[in-house]
Design a protein around this ligand. Structure first.
Ligand code: MLT
Length: 201
C-alpha cells in the first residue's frame, strides 16, 4: 500500500497508523500525529480504493452503505500490510495505535472487529459501525477513543453509541468524546484524544 513511514525519536513509543478520510491521502493526518505525540513512529497509509478519483480504504455502495465483501478484503489487506511494515521498518507490531478520520476511522474499527491483535489502541474520529451481525474478537487490553459530533449527519449519535456498546461488549476500554459539531474534525476532540493517549501510559 502507498504510505509514508517516519521513524520516531523514542523507541518506547508506539507506532501511529494514520488513516485519512474519503478523498484524502497519506499526508493529511501527519500534523495530527505530531500533536498527539511527536516522538512516536508514524505509518501513514493511502487507501487502495478510488471512488471517482477519491482515495478510500474500501468500496461503498452508497453514502453510508458499505460493500461488505470489499470491506473484509481490504481489512485483511491492511492487516497484512501492517505485518510486513513492522518487519521492514522494525517497529513493534504489538504497539500500533490507529488514528483514523471518517472512512479511515471505519477501516480502523473494522480491524478491531475482525482481528484480535491488529491494534493496541485506536483513536476513531467520526466512525460508523463497520459491520453488524458478527462476533467480535476479545478486545481486552485494547483501548479506544471515539470522537463524535452531536450533529454529525454521516455518523448519527445512535450509531456512535451502538459502536461504543459493541466494542465494550467485546471488553475494549472505550472513551467517548462528544463535540457539539458535525462531521468535521475539531481541535477539541484532538485535545481530548491527546489526554486519553497520555493516560494510556
Ligand atoms: C464511509 O463511507 O466510510 C463513511 O461514509 C464516511 C465517509 O464519508 O468516508
Amino acid at each position: 500500500m502507498k504510505h509514508i513511514f517516519n521513524k520516531g525519536t523514542n523507541p518506547n513509543k508506539p507506532t501511529f497508523l494514520m488513516l485519512h478520510g474519503t478523498g484524502g491521502n497519506e499526508l493529511d493526518l501527519l500534523p495530527l500525529a505530531g500533536v498527539i505525540d511527536d516522538e512516536a513512529n508514524v505509518l501513514s497509509v493511502r487507501g487502495n480504493v478510488l471512488e471517482q478519483g477519491m482515495p478510500r480504504f474500501f468500496r461503498r455502495l452508497s453514502e453510508g452503505v458499505f460493500d461488505e465483501e470489499d470491506l473484509i478484503f481490504r481489512t485483511n489487506e491492511l492487516n497484512e500490510f501492517l505485518n510486513e511494515a513492522a518487519e521492514k521498518y522494525e517497529f513493534d507490531r504489538d504497539n500500533i495505535i490507529a488514528i483514523g478520520y471518517s472512512n479511515g476511522a471505519n477501516i480502523a474499527a473494522s480491524l478491531l472487529f475482525h482481528y484480535q491483535h491488529a491494534l493496541k489502541g485506536a483513536i476513531l474520529l467520526h466512525p460508523m459501525v463497520p459491520r453488524r451481525g458478527i462476533t467480535l474478537p476479545d478486545l481486552a487490553n485494547t483501548s479506544v477513543f471515539i470522537g463524535a459530533g452531536t450533529n454529525d449527519p454521516i455518523c448519527s449519535p445512535e450509531e456512535t453509541k451502538e459502536l461504543q456498546q459493541l466494542l465494550q461488549q467485546a471488553n475494549a476500554n472505550v472513551e467517548l468524546h462528544w463535540g457539539n459539531r458535525g462531521h468535521q474534525l475539531t481541535m477539541g476532540e484532538v485535545e481530548s484524544a491527546k489526554e486519553w493517549y497520555l493516560k494510556l501510559g
